[in-house]
Ligand binder design. Sequence first.
Ligand SMILES: [Zn+2]
Length: 273
Amino acid sequence: MLANLNTLFAEKKDRALAGFNVYGYEDAVSIVRAAEDLNEGVALMVNRDAAEHIPLSCIGPLLISLAREACVPVAVHLDHAVELSSIREAIDVGFSSVMFDGSRLEFAENVEKTCQVMEMARKKGVSVEAEIGFVGYSDPVAQPQNIYTEPEDAFVFYERTGVDALAVSIGTVHRMVVQEASIQYDRISRIRERVAVPLVVHGSSGVCDKDLTRLSHAGIRKINLGTCLRLVFGKTLRREMEENPEEFDRIRLFRKPMEQVREAAKAKMLLLK
Ligand SMILES: [Zn+2]
């Protein structure tokens, strides 16, 4: 069934929900099957790269339909929207959750725009995530530097906006292909002492398995993963193509990568228990 983040947070109680970035049908359906295998809720997320490749008006209905037919609650979440127009479009298409990313704006402007998003989303029962601090990127072309979240900023931001979830910068970096992130557990505790909003960690493909479990147990409520599943899909597909040089039918070539994504998603979800 289609659900927003608040429903999923309630279902997960004091453990973290897995949010996976998806680029299309193949990874999305594999993740939903993984969630069903474990009888757990999950979030399917569309980031800017995916939205540039497939318009929200196309991928939205696809994911929403998968969510509606799933036997577990599934959120369909727009990730890292920087324009209010994309938020509006996602809500119109039927996304159950959105993230407004004002992390590169001045604090006051981030508050103001997030409040506008809250107003749009509340009417439709759509949950809202925002970001305080800045989670950097490992790609050399993107703005790489992390700006760590200050507990006081998180508190003031939540007081003024009332968002459903808050992404914080506590040591992870987006798109890491090795699990080497150094997590600042002390910062997480200080943020949690100051503010009761559900916290989200982005860039979690770079977090080692032990730390994924620890983050879930440390009160993080959503863990975003994407790169790790894309690596599994890409590597398995490459092997399939090398082993079957005559095969040209992508439906057959996608079978193994989809199975492997399902297993990898399940393994990550099990780490959050
Ligand atoms: Zn992110």
